[in-house]
Design a binder for this molecule. Sequence first.
Ligand code: SAM
Length: 236
Amino acid sequence: MTSRFYTNSIDVNQGTALLEEGEAHHLLHVMRLKMGEEVTLFDGKGNAWRGRITKTDRRRAELELLDQITVATKSSREIVLAVAPPKGDRFRWLVEKVTELGINRLIPLKTERTVVDPGAGKMDKLKQTMISACKQCGRNEFLAFESQRSWEVCLEEYHQTHHLLIAHPNGAELRDIFVKLEPSQSLLIGVGPEGGFTEEEIDQALQAQASLVSLGDSILRTETAAISLSAAVMLQ
Ligand code: SAM
């Protein structure tokens, strides 16, 4: 497999692409690729091309597009993860893993017991983590990052279009919920903070027709629960 690079600088009509900053640094100084070598380019929207390096300097690489190898398609099913952000590096780890697993959209949740408020700077760093995960795992469409929002707003926004699957230690077994769902059904996975969802938040979810799902007898950390349920849904 050729090395993969993300670019938002593709001119399909001219058949050219440009890499700058971090992506150029990766190509030129980490991978040490030279003129004439082939790479894979993707645009974060689901498209990918085979490209050949035509010009380099210390900070930029120009490429010629050889052929398009993947064309963006619109999936009818969307899997959203709404999760109370865990502390420190555990959120970075979560973002990396759910990108690999193919979750479409990430919502940092504000619940009553949420203690982490990832500011814009932190979210920008997490976007870099997400892009690196896309490069590594062969994903051409980005994990979409939403702004942080309250549990109430999240339920309101998604309950009509997505089935709500809320991770809760007292929930039902996953297989009992899966058998009732259409394979094409869009889902919103909800995972609470370290202190858990409050009873009121669980009631709000149930009023929005949510299913509560158990992930076993152990109390998992937020990121473990989020990754486990994401993997189960993606493999369903
Ligand atoms: N004492 C809290 C409670 O009872 O909810 C534990 C919170 S747990 C550390 C953080 C979140 O992970 C929970 O809000 C829930 O969404 C999810 N979670 C953890 N263990 C789980 C399990 N065994 N089954 C389902 N969800 C779980």
